[in-house]
Design a protein around this ligand. Structure first.
Ligand code: HEC
Ligand code: HEC
Ligand code: HEC
Ligand code: HEC
Ligand code: HEC
Ligand code: HEC
Ligand code: HEC
Ligand code: HEC
Ligand code: HEC
Length: 414
C-alpha cells in the first residue's frame, strides 16, 4: 500500500512531465542512445529536455501528438540548422543570465566570423558545428575533464576532421597539425606534465572564431604567454622585415605546431635557423655565431662546475651552497636564451658574463673541496701508518717477551 503511493507519486509526474525520455528510453539503437546519454548532459542538469531542442510536446504519451510538426517538432536536426538551435538560448543574454551569471553569449556571433561558420553558411556541412566540438546529448560543462573541449581532449576533437585525409580531401589544407603538435614542447607540457597553462588548439586559434591567427597577430598570440620574447622581438631588426615579407613572427624560427625544445643548435651548426637567411660573413651570420659561442661557453663552464661539485659531494664534502649558486648560473643561461631575441650579440653578453663569474666561483669551490678531501685523506693515511707502526712495535715487543719467557720455562723444566 505504502509502496503503491510512492510509485504513484514518483512515476506519474515523471511520465507526464517527459514522455520523450520515457518512450525513447525503451526504444533501441539510435533512438534509445540519446535518452541514455542525456543523464550526463548539462542541459538535463538544468532541467531541460529533448523538446527544448527538438520541439514537440513532452506531455503527450501518444507518439503522433508528442512528435507533432504542428508543435514545432524537428527530428534529426540538419547540420546547417544546428548553430541556430543552440543559439536560440545561448545568444539570449537575459535567459542565460538566469542560469549562469556573466556567461558569454557571443558563441554564435563569433562562430559566424570563423572559417567554420562562413563555410557552413554557404552550405558546406563538412566543417565543425557546435555539436562536433561539444558533442550532442552528452554535452558537458567545458571545464569537465570528460568534455571534448577540455584542453587535454581538444586536440583529438579537432583532429577527428583535421587529421582525416578523406574528410579534408576537397580542401587545400595539410592534415598534419595534430601529428606535429604532439611532438611539440606545448603538448609535452600540457599532456605529460599536466601544465594547463600550455596552449591547446583553441588557445592559439580561439574556440568559436577558429581560424588561423592573422599573420600580423601571430607574434601577439605567442606573446600573450611569452611576454619577454615578444617585447624583444618587437624591437628587433626582424619584426619590420618579417612583417613586410608577410611572414609570421615567432613561427619563422619556431614553427607553429611542431615547436621543439630550443637550443643553441638553432643559432649555429647543421640545424641553425639563422643560416637559412644569413650567410656566415653577413652581419646576421656573425651575430649568430658570436651568440652561439657565448652561450656554449657558459654551458660548458656550468657543466664543468657540475662535474667537480658532483665528485666533491660523492666523496662526502659539503658543497650545498655552491650547488645553489649553480642554479643562479643556470638562470643566466635562460636569460641568455631570452636575450637572443634582440638578435644582437651584446644583449647576450651580459647574462653570459654573470653566469661565467658564477661558474668560475663554483668550480673553485669544487676544486677546493676536492683538495681538502685529498688533504684529509693524506692526514688519515699518515695517522693510519703511525698507528700501524705502533702496533707492529707492540707486537714485536710482545713476541720477544714471550720468546724469553718460553726459554726460561724450558730451562727451569729441565
Ligand atoms: C511513445 C513513444 C514516443 C514518444 C512519446 C516520443 N517519441 Fe520520438 N520517436 C519514437 C519512435 C518510435 C521514433 C522512430 C520512428 C519515427 O521516426 O517516427 C521516434 C523518433 C524520434 C526522433 C528521430 C527522428 C529522425 O528523423 O531520426 C527524435 C529526434 C525524437 N523522436 C524526439 C522525440 C521528442 C523530442 C519527443 C517528446 C516531445 C518524443 N520523441 C516523444 C517514439 C516516441
Ligand atoms: C541541446 C539540444 C538537444 C537536446 C536537449 C536533445 N537533442 Fe537530440 N539531437 C540534437 C541534435 C543537434 C541532433 C542532430 C545530431 C547529428 O546531426 O548528429 C539530434 C539528433 C537526435 C536523434 C537522431 C539520432 C540519429 O543519429 O539519427 C534522436 C533520436 C534524438 N536526437 C533524440 C533525442 C532525445 C530522445 C532527447 C532527450 C533525451 C534529445 N534528443 C535531446 C539536439 C538535441
Ligand atoms: C571548433 C570547436 C567549437 C565549436 C564549433 C563551438 N565551440 Fe563552444 N567551445 C569550444 C571551446 C574550445 C570552448 C572553451 C573551452 C574552455 O574554455 O576551456 C567552448 C566554450 C563554449 C561555451 C562555454 C562559454 C564560453 O563561451 O566559453 C559555450 C556555452 C559554448 N562553447 C557553446 C557553443 C555553441 C552554442 C556553439 C555553436 C554556435 C559552439 N559552442 C561552437 C569549442 C567550440
Ligand atoms: C533551451 C535552451 C538551450 C538550448 C537550446 C541549448 N542550450 Fe546549452 N545551455 C543552456 C543552459 C541554460 C546552460 C547552463 C548554463 C551554462 O552552463 O552556461 C547550458 C550549458 C551549455 C554548455 C556548458 C557551458 C559551460 O558553462 O561550461 C554547453 C557547452 C552548451 N550548453 C552547448 C550547447 C549546444 C552545443 C547546444 C545546441 C546543440 C545547446 N547548448 C543548446 C541552454 C540551452
Ligand atoms: C601555439 C599556437 C598554436 C597551437 C597550439 C595550434 N596552432 Fe594551428 N596554427 C597556429 C598558427 C600560428 C597558424 C598559422 C600558420 C602560419 O601563418 O604560418 C596555424 C595554422 C593552422 C591551420 C591552417 C593550416 C595550416 O596547417 O597552416 C589549421 C587547420 C590549424 N592550425 C589547426 C590546429 C589544430 C587542430 C591544433 C591542435 C591540434 C592547432 N592548430 C594548434 C598556431 C597554433
Ligand atoms: C567536423 C569537422 C571539423 C572539426 C571537428 C574541426 N574542424 Fe576546423 N575545419 C574543418 C573544415 C572542413 C574546414 C574548412 C577548410 C577550408 O576551408 O580550407 C576547417 C577550417 C579550419 C581552419 C581554417 C583553416 C584555413 O586556413 O582555412 C582552422 C584554423 C580550423 N579549422 C581549426 C580548427 C580547430 C582549432 C578545431 C578544434 C577546436 C577544429 N578546426 C575542428 C573541419 C573541422
Ligand atoms: C597559452 C599560453 C601559450 C601560448 C599561446 C604559447 N605558448 Fe609557448 N609555452 C607555453 C608554456 C606553458 C610552455 C612550457 C614552459 C616550460 O617548458 O616550462 C611553453 C613552451 C614554449 C617553448 C619552449 C620553451 C623552453 O624553455 O623549452 C617555446 C620555444 C615556445 N613555447 C614557443 C611558442 C610560440 C612560437 C608560440 C606561438 C606560435 C607559443 N609558444 C604560444 C605557453 C604558451
Ligand atoms: C629569428 C629567429 C627567432 C625568432 C623570430 C624567435 N625566436 Fe625564440 N628562439 C630563437 C633561438 C635561436 C632560441 C634558442 C636560444 C638558445 O637556447 O640558445 C630561441 C628560444 C626561445 C624560447 C626558449 C627560451 C628559454 O627559456 O630557453 C622561447 C620560449 C622562445 N624562443 C619564444 C619565442 C617567441 C614567443 C617568439 C616571437 C615573439 C620568438 N621566440 C621568436 C630564435 C627565434
Ligand atoms: C627568414 C629569414 C631570416 C631568418 C631565419 C633570420 N633572419 Fe636575421 N634578418 C633577416 C632580414 C631580412 C634582415 C634585415 C636585412 C638584413 O640586414 O640582412 C635581418 C637582420 C638581422 C640582423 C641585423 C643585421 C644588420 O645588418 O644590422 C641580425 C643581427 C640578424 N638578422 C640576426 C639573425 C639571427 C641571429 C638569426 C637566427 C636566430 C636570424 N637573424 C634569422 C632575415 C632572417
Amino acid at each position: 500500500m505504502r509502496y503503491g503511493v510512492l510509485a504513484f507519486l514518483f512515476a506519474v509526474p515523471l511520465a507526464a512531465a517527459d514522455s520523450c525520455v520515457d518512450c525513447h528510453s525503451v526504444l533501441e539503437g539510435k533512438l534509445q542512445a540519446p535518452a541514455k546519454a542525456f543523464a550526463n548532459d548539462i542541459h538535463a542538469r538544468f532541467g531541460f529536455s529533448c523538446a527544448d531542442c527538438h520541439g514537440g510536446n513532452r506531455n503527450e504519451t501518444d507518439p503522433e501528438a508528442a512528435m507533432s510538426k504542428a508543435r514545432g517538432f524537428v527530428g534529426k536536426i540538419p547540420r546547417t540548422a544546428v548553430p541556430e538551435r543552440c543559439a536560440h538560448c545561448h545568444s539570449d543574454a537575459s535567459l542565460m543570465e538566469k542560469y549562469k551569471p556573466r556567461q558569454r553569449v557571443d558563441q554564435m556571433a563569433q562562430y559566424r566570423t570563423s572559417v567554420h561558420g562562413k563555410r557552413l553558411a554557404s552550405g558546406d556541412t563538412k566543417v565543425a558545428t557546435c555539436i562536433d566540438c561539444h558533442s550532442v546529448h552528452d554535452i558537458r560543462e567545458v571545464k569537465d575533464p570528460l568534455s571534448p573541449v577540455h584542453p587535454l581532449r581538444l586536440p583529438e576533437t579537432c583532429s577527428r576532421c583535421h587529421s582525416d585525409k578523406t574528410h579534408m580531401a576537397s580542401y587545400k589544407l595539410p592534415t598534419d597539425q595534430f601529428a606535429n603538435y604532439r611532438k611539440s614542447v606545448h603538448w609535452e607540457a600540457l599532456a605529460k606534465r599536466g601544465d594547463l597553462s600550455a596552449p591547446s588548439c583553441a588557445s592559439c586559434h580561439g574556440n568559436h572564431g577558429a581560424q588561423p591567427p592573422e599573420v600580423g597577430s601571430v607574434a601577439a598570440v605567442c606573446g600573450t604567454c611569452h611576454v619577454m620574447m615578444e617585447d624583444l622581438y618587437k624591437k628587433s631588426p626582424h619584426q619590420p622585415v618579417f612583417a613586410a615579407m608577410g611572414a609570421a613572427g615567432c613561427v619563422v624560427c619556431h614553427s607553429n605546431h611542431e615547436i621543439r625544445p630550443p637550443s643553441v643548435g638553432m643559432l649555429a651548426g647543421p640545424n641553425a635557423v639563422c643560416s637559412q637567411c644569413h650567410d656566415a660573413t653577413s652581419a646576421g651570420g656573425i651575430a649568430a655565431a658570436e651568440m652561439a659561442r657565448q652561450i656554449t661557453s657558459l654551458e660548458k663552464a656550468l657543466a664543468r662546475s657540475d662535474q667537480v661539485l658532483a665528485n666533491a659531494q660523492q666523496s662526502g664534502m659539503e658543497v650545498s651552497e655552491a650547488l645553489l649558486r649553480q642554479r643562479e648560473g643556470r638562470e643566466d643561461l635562460v636569460k641568455a636564451a631570452v636575450a637572443v631575441h634582440a638578435f644582437q650579440a651584446a644583449a647576450v653578453q651580459k647574462p653570459v658574463k654573470e653566469g661565467l663569474t658564477i661558474a668560475a666561483e663554483t668550480y673553485q669551490t669544487g676544486v677546493s673541496a676536492l683538495q681538502e678531501r685529498t688533504h684529509r685523506r693524506l692526514g688519515l693515511l699518515a695517522s693510519l701508518i703511525a698507528i700501524a707502526l705502533t702496533m707492529l712495535g707492540l707486537w714485536l715487543a710482545i713476541r720477544s717477551i714471550e720468546g724469553r719467557t718460553a726459554k726460561t720455562s724450558q730451562l727451569t723444566e729441565r
